[in-house]
Design a protein around this ligand. Structure first.
Ligand code: GLP
Length: 240
């Protein structure tokens, strides 16, 4: 694992954006695995800036997002589809049909999981961006006795719903279920870019990166991947 700790969040964002700009310069049709949550927003802002400064074009890029809540329509401002449009897609030149998220509002969500798996099976990400849940989850792969390889439905843990409640008007509004890429699909990415910010996550960062590899800390599985880049701000990295 290549672990980098940055003095400021902005330095982290610049570093990550440069990785993407360089990737797309050498491979204009790169496949990007994208993530939601507050962590990637600064990176998306820098990518928009790079696009506006004509340093990069996303015309031939394809993206696959990790996850989506079940039961929210794409026009619901809490859905991840809405988030991605607002934070990134609507500001860059990527054609809409090249952006993909699981449809958490499909009539048959099991069938939707199989559809998404078939899509991503042939398109492994060049870089899969990951945030880290407070409990060590990646995507919405929650700590458990076992983890699932492919795209599947998850019951969100109370802790996760509480952590994400800050984006909703109340805890009751946070969906109880989501669709997520499985850890197998995540691990197929050529490079994994794990980004974590803030002191509240410093203990789980330490556990995930240096603790035992266990399904109880899904991010610890990343220790078995051959190309992981970890970007931390000073606070998130303070226990390493
Ligand atoms: C959510 C997402 C994850 C994300 C995590 C951390 O539950 N499903 O993909 O990494 O929360 O979010 P944040 O970056 O807001 O701390």
């Amino acid at each position: 694992m290549d672990i980098k700790i940055f003095e400021t969040s902005e330095q982290l964002d610049n570093y990550a954006a440069e990785l993407y700009v360089n990737l797309i310069a050498s491979k204009p049709n790169a496949v990007l695995g994208l993530a939601t949550g507050s962590t990637p927003i600064g990176i998306y802002d820098k990518l928009i800036e790079s696009y506006q400064n004509k340093k990069v074009s996303f015309r031939d890029v394809t993206t696959y997002n990790l996850d989506e809540y079940i039961g929210l329509t794409p026009d619901n401002d809490q859905s991840y589809a809405y988030f991605m449009n607002k934070q990134l897609f609507s500001h860059i030149d990527i054609p809409k049909e090249q952006t993909h998220l699981p449809n958490g509002n499909a009539a048959d969500v099991e069938a939707e999981c199989r559809r998404y798996d078939a899509l991503i099976a042939h398109n492994p990400a060049d870089i899969q961006l990951l945030g880290l849940g407070n409990n060590g989850h990646i995507g919405f792969n929650e700590p458990d006795d076992k983890l699932t390889f492919g795209t599947h439905i998850v019951e969100l843990q109370e802790e996760t719903r509480q952590a994400n409640a800050r984006f909703f008007s109340s805890l009751d509004d946070v969906p109880t279920r989501a669709v997520t890429m499985g850890v197998g699909s995540i691990m197929k990415a050529k490079t994994i870019l794990l980004v974590v910010r803030g002191s509240a996550k410093s203990a789980i960062v330490k556990e995930a990166l240096t603790g035992p590899i266990t399904t109880k800390v899904p991010a610890s599985l990343l220790q078995t991947h051959q190309q992981v880049i970890v970007l931390l701000d000073r606070e998130a990295g303070r226990m390493l």
